[in-house]
Design a protein around this ligand. Structure first.
Ligand SMILES: [Zn+2]
Length: 109
């Protein structure tokens, strides 16, 4: 989980105003065969990389971090998936939910 602010400036609803959420991120990874130690996915590495990526977003204005005018949850999920999968190629899905699970998006490779 991390907390951050964002806005979707061209959106017609209240999302165009600066506001914040607690974002919950769920990550799925898979490999067709077991690797060393009969382990499919290195969870320690995945947790480290996820902590690093979400650490860059925590308590920040996400529009500035990603350099966009419209920061949607979909764009955020796509960004997190790209950042994770470059370091942990077995990651295939990222789900991002906003405060209280009111809104979730999933992005699959
Ligand atoms: Zn929002």
């Amino acid at each position: 989980m991390f907390s951050a602010a964002h806005s979707i400036r061209t959106h017609g609803g209240v999302g165009r105003y600066l506001h914040g959420h607690d974002f919950r991120v769920r990550v799925c990874a898979s490999r067709s065969e077991l690797g060393a130690g009969n382990i499919a996915v290195d969870l320690k590495l995945l947790e480290e990389v996820l902590r690093e990526v979400t650490g860059r977003l925590d308590h920040r204005y996400l529009n500035e971090v990603l350099g966009v005018e419209d920061l949607s949850t979909e764009l955020l999920a796509t960004y997190i998936l790209r950042e994770l999968s470059t370091r942990v190629p077995d990651v295939y899905l990222v789900e991002v939910c906003t405060t209280g699970g009111r809104y979730c998006v999933e992005v699959e490779r």
